[in-house]
Design a protein around this ligand. Structure first.
Ligand code: G4P
Length: 527
């Protein structure tokens, strides 16, 4: 297979949803049908210990939430899928945002009874920023649901997105019989008996096919025909280009827990998610030839805590990676031979002998990589677009043993490099300020600093309201500002000045008094 063909086979995507909409259940079905797991239920333990199998950290297990995103690779009908798991808990949305910058498309899962919920909306907005193609999966049709037309209308209105139903539900709740696949003219009946059976559906010659009556009662057939006629009149036909540009979403109805409709969703992913077609997005940032290897470091997680090693997750943006390859770490200019990169299967990791654009590899390391770092075969290019968000909550962190302040500083720096939190060193005073997006992150950080760095710490509340990165075109103005506001300033782990506002008024005053400065809520990590 040529490099182009291999790359064409890759689909790198994420599933976005509001907690409880069914993301884990759908993931499980995708992995099951992709042969990556044997039985539904392996991804998720039942009851109290509910959590995705991709959760590795103790704190995630204890709390039953998925904290950090990970990667799962599976094959489906000749294509290789890289599914980047995103944490469902809203406190960890920053990590999710970062993952969304590294995928080529997203599947948006909605609960049919609830429509667009707050978190879905937020995540969709991130996809929109990048014109990302989004496939919609309306889940839980086997429960009482909103009217299918109303759901389509809500997507159209709230997300300002054209919709094209790719399947149409037959009934809902207890009366849910399955879906009609409008693209391939197949009837997909709900498999009540075995949740793990993959049903390809029954091929028909269209909605007028008299064989429909063999499977559905007459009144069902009539209302299906009527509804489909109506929806076809109301919605735009599927336009591949509009989908790829993020203006139109194909909508699939189904029930992940009963596996109904998942197959068509999987198939849709197979047809629609292509690295190659999104390449313009990556290559727009790098004008040079694209056959050589380039990778972008998008996240970290800690592995083998005893040795304090880390895994840098690197998204291949172009070319092919081969084991042992010499790669240039553009930020530091160092060259490294990568022998121990890993690929991630649903439950295991394996040594990466080769990988192509679209794949995610993990590079174990002892530090030295940062979010947004670029690895190339020698080119001096830098990918941008991995955002950091101004934290919404800030606390002071102190070691329980004051003698360990220096060790804590190093630990915080590493955590900031991983993107686990924002870390600020005020220009005045000896304490560190840690900023996060959601309060649960403080617990996770305290746990990590204690277990991974052996430093028990205390987090203490501060009066701070928010932080803004400060930038100026004129260095003189920046210096004047810094001299006048030293007590409200800190630097982040990269040394960039940050304005720590005590309240909304304080923030506004800073902005009003210094109109030539930019107070940035989002900072793009630049390698
Ligand atoms: P999330 O990852 O988006 O947070 O959602 P998850 O898949 O964990 O699903 C949330 C709940 O919704 C689970 O029930 C799950 O079984 C249920 N669910 C998911 N898909 C469907 C569906 O198509 N139909 C129905 N009826 N339910 C669905 P739970 O009670 O919270 O957990 P459990 O009883 O499954 O352990």
């Amino acid at each position: 297979m040529t490099l182009e063909e291999e790359i064409g086979n890759r689909r790198t995507f994420a599933i976005i949803s509001h907690p409880d909409a069914g993301k884990t259940t759908l993931t499980e079905k995708l992995l099951l049908f992709g042969g990556a797991i044997q039985l539904a239920g392996e991804v998720k333990a039942r009851g109290e210990r509910r959590r995705a199998r991709s959760d590795w950290m103790k704190v995630e297990q204890e709390r039953g939430i998925s904290v950090a995103s990970s990667v799962m690779t599976y094959d489906w009908q000749g294509s290789t899928f890289n599914l980047l798991d995103t944490p469902g808990h809203e406190d960890f949305s920053e990590d999710t945002y970062r993952v969304l910058t590294a995928v080529d498309s997203a599947v948006m899962v909605l609960d049919a009874a609830k429509g667009i919920e707050a978190q879905t909306y937020k995540l969709f907005e991130v996809c929109r920023l990048r014109d990302m193609p989004v496939v919609t999966f309306i889940n839980k049709m086997d429960r009482e649901a909103l009217d299918a037309f109303d759901l389509l209308d809500e997507i159209e209105q709230k997300l300002a997105l054209d919709v094209t139903p790719a399947t149409w539900p037959i009934g809902m709740g207890r009366d849910f019989k399955g879906c009609y696949d409008l693209i391939n003219d197949r009837l997909i009946l709900m498999q009540a008996a075995d949740k793990n059976i993959r049903s390809e559906g029954i091929a028909l010659k269209g909605l007028d096919d008299p064989r429909l009556n063999e499977y559905l009662p007459q009144d069902r057939v009539d209302s299906l025909r009527e509804q489909v006629e109506m929806v076809r009149g109301l919605c735009k036909p599927f336009d591949r280009q509009a989908y790829l540009e993020g203006h139109l979403t194909p909508v699939f109805f189904g029930s992940a827990s009963t596996a109904s409709g998942c197959v068509i969703c999987c198939r849709a992913c197979g047809i629609l998610h292509r690295h190659r077609e999104r390449r313009r997005l990556w290559s727009a940032r790098s004008i040079q030839k694209s056959r050589s290897y380039r990778g972008l470091c998008l996240k970290f997680r800690r592995i083998w805590t005893k040795h304090r090693d880390r895994m840098a997750f690197v998204r291949l943006v172009s070319g092919r990676f081969k084991r042992g390859m010499k790669l240039k770490h553009v930020r530091t200019g160092k060259t490294l031979s990568v022998h121990n990169a890993q690929l991630f299967l649903a439950q295991d990791r394996e040594l990466a002998e080769a990988a192509v654009a679209g794949d995610i590899i993990g590079i174990p390391n002892h530090g030295g990589y940062k979010i947004g770092d670029t690895l190339t075969e020698g080119e001096e290019i830098r990918f941008t677009g991995i955002p950091s968000f101004a934290p919404e909550l800030m606390q002071r962190v102190r070691p329980v043993d004051p003698m360990r302040a220096k060790h804590l500083a190093r630990a915080l720096e590493q955590l900031a490099e991983e993107g686990a939190a924002s870390v600020f060193k005020p220009y005045l005073g000896a304490d560190w300020i840690v900023g996060v997006v959601g309060s649960l992150q403080f617990d996770v950080l305290a746990d990590r600093i204690r277990t991974e760095f052996n430093i028990p710490v205390r987090f203490e509340p501060t009066e701070l309201y928010t932080a803004r990165w400060v930038e100026a075109t004129d260095p003189k103005v920046l210096k004047q500002f810094m001299d006048a506001n030293r007590a409200a300033l800190a630097e982040d782990h990269t040394g960039q000045p940050v304005y720590l506002a005590r309240n909304h008024w304080h923030l506004n005053k800073g902005q009003d008094d210094w109109p030539d400065l930019k107070f940035l809520k989002t900072k793009q990590e630049v390698a």
